[in-house]
Design a protein around this ligand. Structure first.
Ligand SMILES: [Zn+2]
Length: 158
């Protein structure tokens, strides 16, 4: 079966720096609903469209086609006293952007009474090399299409 709109694609993936240095390799496969539902990067969807199980591709993506440029306005510090209990370095915190929109911030470090946060994606600002291998393609269910995401194993659980 070919990858087209409203198919569910299963992938093994590796993400590396532009130099080829490995950043992350899939332990579990990635499963996504294909067809512009913003479940994966548009450049990845474009490369896979029309392909079948067994297809392999390596894509070198500029930051703007991957996780975006860094936004230094999303780097900030807060006093430790404002910090919710139980959150640690490496964890995440729900905050707001300067425009007031909800946004996830990563806890980078705690220095004295100050907590350093970064709201950028950890891979923002980096040119990345994706190696993808399609291991499965199936038709999406009507419910998955209505929800705009995959259900079941490795998918979305309600
Ligand atoms: Zn759902």
């Amino acid at each position: 079966m070919k990858i087209e709109k409203d198919t569910v694609v299963t992938l093994q993936y590796k993400v590396a720096e532009a130099s080829g240095k490995l950043i992350e390799a899939s332990k579990d496969p990635m499963v996504y609903l294909h067809g512009g539902y913003e479940n994966t990067l548009p450049k990845i969807e474009a490369a896979l469209d029309g392909q079948e199980a067994g297809f392999q591709v390596t894509l070198q993506l500029q930051p703007e086609d991957a996780f975006g440029q860094r936004d230094e306005a999303l780097v900030r510090t807060i006093p430790k006293s404002e910090f919710p209990p139980g959150v640690k370095v490496g964890g995440q915190l729900e905050g707001r952007t300067d425009a007031g929109d909800p946004h996830v911030f990563h806890v980078m470090k705690i220095k004295g009474a100050t907590v350093h946060l970064d709201g950028n994606h950890p891979l923002a600002g980096r040119e990345l090399r994706f190696t993808l291998k399609v291991t499965g393609v199936r038709a999406a269910s009507a419910e998955e299409i209505a929800h705009k995401h995959v259900h079941g194993e490795h998918g979305h659980h309600h």
